[in-house]
Design a protein around this ligand. Structure first.
Ligand code: ADP
Length: 709
């Protein structure tokens, strides 16, 4: 135990009676992460779960679990009454809200108070004060905290707002006052576009937050997003735990976060830290909070908003300070004083966090859903040493790593994974499609980058698309690796980050062929067949067999031949012998003279290969099954992505012609029309307007009509 942790434990044990039992009003990785710290502190935990989550990891991570309703969040995780009843029924003394869901909902904090349950978060008034971006800015202005030039007043008249935009000077950014998640935001480049952008922002704000109020800000070119972690107690003490740089974003949403912010001078750090503390003090803050600043290239920084909860990216702060922020939250909520003074905190090393999402970067980061039929996460590592500095990091590792593996005294970096899913779990359309947070620590930023690169190459998911290969390209992109950070980094590096699909290589195809043959052998294909045998088959005869694959839209033909007891592969303009051994998905392949290792995951006809941070997906075409399948595919209309049905134009029994719009879905703020693939009669409509649907589910069925023959 280090001095720092001993301080915290002593004060936890000595001054404050911690809760005996708390309820965690959340799911996924954050619920698991809160439960882990509670376990270490001897606090019992109660999970809540919806229909979609009965077998979820967070339910298993807690001592008890209470069912709270149907899968859609508004029928379960957002139901204040049900959560309060669950807490009361289980005898929980406090509720940790995690992030998202009800974490910044003042009515929920009020309901906790009314029920005599401690809300592990800030006071109700502080949540309300920071709940509206406009009201918060007015308050911050009064406290002398710098704001981006803009308009954040009450007057919402369109002509008046346009005059304000003209005064501020274009480009101008329109934001929803009640906003979050980048929703509603519009960049306006000139007066002519203003009214249309205003309408769109108001419409989206109303739809998403039930409140059309907007504010205007000068749109800064190439800014950085730097946020400061603060903590305050009930006794008027407030400190900052340094900053995080979250500039690397897509659609105004964070992708990679790091601490400390590269290139930050001590003077700038102190100035921003003090401004963040002033912002918190202005609303009599208590607990964990984050003050977000937008920082110009010249270093000028402006208050953007305050998040009155624990942030997704809090682990990077934990790794550079050696503190467990959830333990701090519990301690303060139980009435404890801040465990450390400002001067007792220091930054050690560098931490990076990558959010591993089930999504498709090539389709504008469209969320993906489905079963994680294969999930291999990198090995968790932490340093072990009796030097205080090293233990600084190892403590966090020890506290937070599950089933970890101690590597060596000299391990130059730490790897931590915060995840709420396991192999076989489903990423459903109801909640955030995050698979895990991959967090690494290194003594320097370069060391942390090495750790991240290696960890990403060990992170394998099969069954749905992820952003892992994209993240690997991102950390290797010179702007990121050399810390030229700003919010436009991804857009500016589009060519590097979104390359054309890599051409299929001979060795990847060889790996897939090896996997097909191994599968056949496992499925008891005739033991006499040479194709079911990976090696050792001897015959003087030559057998030939042709396998067909699809790689994207490309038809790949692989011709196999057995000659004198050896297997040969002819494909992609090459011809060599092929031999392999495998342990489950890991193939040790000998292609001609070249020996290599590949990971090949097979699920029905789909083969996924991970090699060198690249991910290839091939489909094996069984010629007979294929014809039948494509006929069937014509008769079923499948949802191309998770989304909501917003209109159904077809009726049961209706005769439709090819190309006729049948149904409209909304996903990721876009509308998608599903049209009839051929002439036919609508046989069944499986959903109604307003329903949420997963990717790949059958929406309607069509039977062939005479005209279609
Ligand atoms: P939300 O709460 O919807 O996430 P924020 O106000 O936190 O919105 O802003 C999200 C992101 O949008 C910031 O991190 C930054 O990238 C960008 N952004 C916000 N305000 C500005 C601005 N005035 N100029 C340029 N970019 C901005």
């Amino acid at each position: 135990m280090t001095q720092l942790s001993t301080d915290l434990s002593t004060s936890l044990a000595g001054q404050v009676r911690l809760f005996k039992k708390i309820l965690i009003a959340n799911r996924g990785e954050i619920a698991c992460r809160v439960a882990r710290t509670c376990k270490q502190l001897g606090i019992q935990t109660v999970a809540v779960y919806s229909d979609a989550d009965a077998d979820a990891q967070h339910v298993m991570a807690c001592d008890e679990a209470i069912y709270i309703g149907a899968a859609p969040a508004k029928e379960s995780y957002l139901c204040i009454d049900r959560i309060i009843s669950a807490a009361s029924a289980s005898g929980a003394q406090a509720i940790h809200p995690g992030y998202g869901f009800l974490s910044e909902n003042a009515d929920f904090a009020q309901a906790c108070f009314d029920a005599g349950i401690v809300f592990i978060g800030p006071p109700i008034d502080a949540i309300r004060a920071m709940g509206s971006k406009s009201a918060a800015k007015t308050l911050m202005e009064k406290s002398g905290i710098p704001l981006v030039p803009g308009y954040h007043g009450e007057n919402q008249d369109a002509d008046f707002l346009q005059q304000q935009a003209d005064r501020i000077g274009y480009p101008v950014l329109l934001k929803a006052s009640a906003g979050g998640g980048g929703k509603g935001m519009r960049i306006v480049n000139g007066g002519a576009e203003f009214k249309e952008a205003l309408n769109a922002c108001q419409r989206e704000a109303k739809n998403s937050f039930g409140n059309a109020h907007v504010l205007l800000e000068k749109y800064l070119e190439r800014p950085r997003h730097i946020e400061v972690q603060i903590f305050a107690d009930q006794y008027g003490q407030c400190i900052y735990l340094f900053e995080r740089d979250c500039s690397v974003q897509r659609r105004h949403q964070k992708v990679l976060e790091e601490a400390p912010a590269p290139g930050m001078s001590e003077t700038q750090r102190e100035a921003m830290g003090k401004a963040a503390v002033a912002a918190a003090v202005a609303v009599a803050y208590v607990g964990a909070g984050t003050v977000e600043f937008i920082v110009n290239q010249d270093g000028a920084f402006y208050f953007m908003e305050m998040n009155t909860r624990l942030q997704v990216e809090h682990p990077v702060t934990e790794l550079i300070t050696g503190q467990d922020l959830v333990a701090w939250q519990l301690h303060i909520a139980a009435g404890g004083a801040l465990p450390l003074r400002q001067e007792q905190l220091s930054i050690y090393g560098h931490a990076l966090e990558a959010r591993i999402y089930a999504e498709n970067p090539d389709k504008d980061f469209l969320p993906a859903t489905g079963t994680l039929y294969y999930l291999h996460m990198p090995q968790i590592r932490w340093r072990v040493s009796d030097g205080r500095r090293d233990a600084h990091v190892s403590d966090v590792g020890e506290n937070l790593a599950q089933g970890s593996d101690i590597l060596s005294m000299r391990e130059p970096y730490a790897v931590r994974i915060d995840s709420g899913v396991a192999q076989g779990d489903t990423i459903s359309p109801f909640y955030d499609p995050m698979i895990a947070k991959l967090i690494v620590w290194g003594a320097t930023r370069d060391q942390a980058l090495i750790a991240m690169r290696r960890a990403l190459s060990e992170f394998h998911v099969a069954g749905l698309s992820t952003n892992i290969a994209f993240l690997a390209r991102l950390i290797d992109c010179p702007d990121f690796s050399q810390a030229r950070l700003d919010t436009g980094l991804i857009a500016r590096n589009h060519t590097i980050l979104f390359p054309a699909p890599a051409p299929l290589t001979y060795s990847v195809l060889a790996g897939v062929v090896a996997s097909v043959l191994t599968q056949e052998r496992a499925n008891f294909m005739s033991p006499l067949s040479p194709w079911g045998q990976a090696d050792g088959w001897r015959s003087a005869e030559v057998y030939q067999r042709v396998l067909h694959f699809m790689y994207g839209t490309e038809n790949i033909i692989a011709t196999l031949s057995y000659q004198r007891g050896r297997l040969y592969l002819e494909a992609l303009g090459r011809y060599t012998s092929l031999h392999w051994e495998n342990t489950q998905t890991c193939y040790r392949l000998q292609v001609g003279e070249h020996i290599m290792t590949l990971n090949v995951f097979a699920q029905e006809d789909q083969f996924e290969v991970y090699v060198d941070n690249q991910h290839f997906i091939l489909h094996y075409i069984d010629p007979l099954a294929h014809n039948k399948k494509s006929e069937q595919a014509q008769d079923t209309l499948i949802s191309p992505m998770p989304g909501k049905i917003i209109a159904i134009h077809a009726q049961h029994g209706q005769t439709v012609t090819k190309g006729m719009p049948l149904l409209v879905m909304e996903a990721m703020k876009m509308e998608h029309t599903i049209a009839a693939p051929r002439n036919g009669v609508i046989d069944a409509i499986h959903y109604v307007t307003g329903e949420q649907v997963a990717e790949g589910v059958q929406l309607l069925s069509l039977v062939a009509s005479d005209e279609s023959c």
